[in-house]
Design a protein around this ligand. Structure first.
Ligand SMILES: [Zn+2]
Length: 111
């Protein structure tokens, strides 16, 4: 568990960059941890989210897909999320969160 109390709330650019790097690292390791220990992974993802909220940094597109838009918890395909390819005109990935049941859609760009 990473303590947030030691971090300065001053939002200089350097601090923000460090916070973004820390949050990205936490999310990455929580995704890696999810298949073996989902509880610990979820706690780690929650910490990453708190870091992001505190320093007002956005997750990159690579990390965004691991967060449910409904319950904001960590979702990892094959662990607590189901991924389906949507049929129809608009090609999209449907990532269903098995925690709250929300379907997170990801539009696939036309090739
Ligand atoms: Zn959810």
């Amino acid at each position: 568990m990473v303590s947030l109390s030691g971090l300065s709330p001053v939002k200089s650019r350097r601090v923000k960059e460090e916070a973004a790097a820390l949050a990205a690292k936490l999310t990455e390791s929580s995704v890696a941890l999810a298949p073996t220990d989902l509880e610990a992974a979820r706690r780690q993802a929650a910490t990453a989210r708190r870091v992001r909220l505190r320093f007002n940094v956005r997750p990159g597109p690579e990390l965004k897909r691991f967060t449910c838009r409904g319950c904001k918890s960590l979702i990892v395909p094959g662990v607590n999320a189901r991924v389906r390819v949507g049929r129809g005109k608009q090609k999209a990935l449907r990532i269903t969160c098995l925690e709250c049941g929300r379907v997170n859609r990801k539009i696939l760009g036309t090739p």
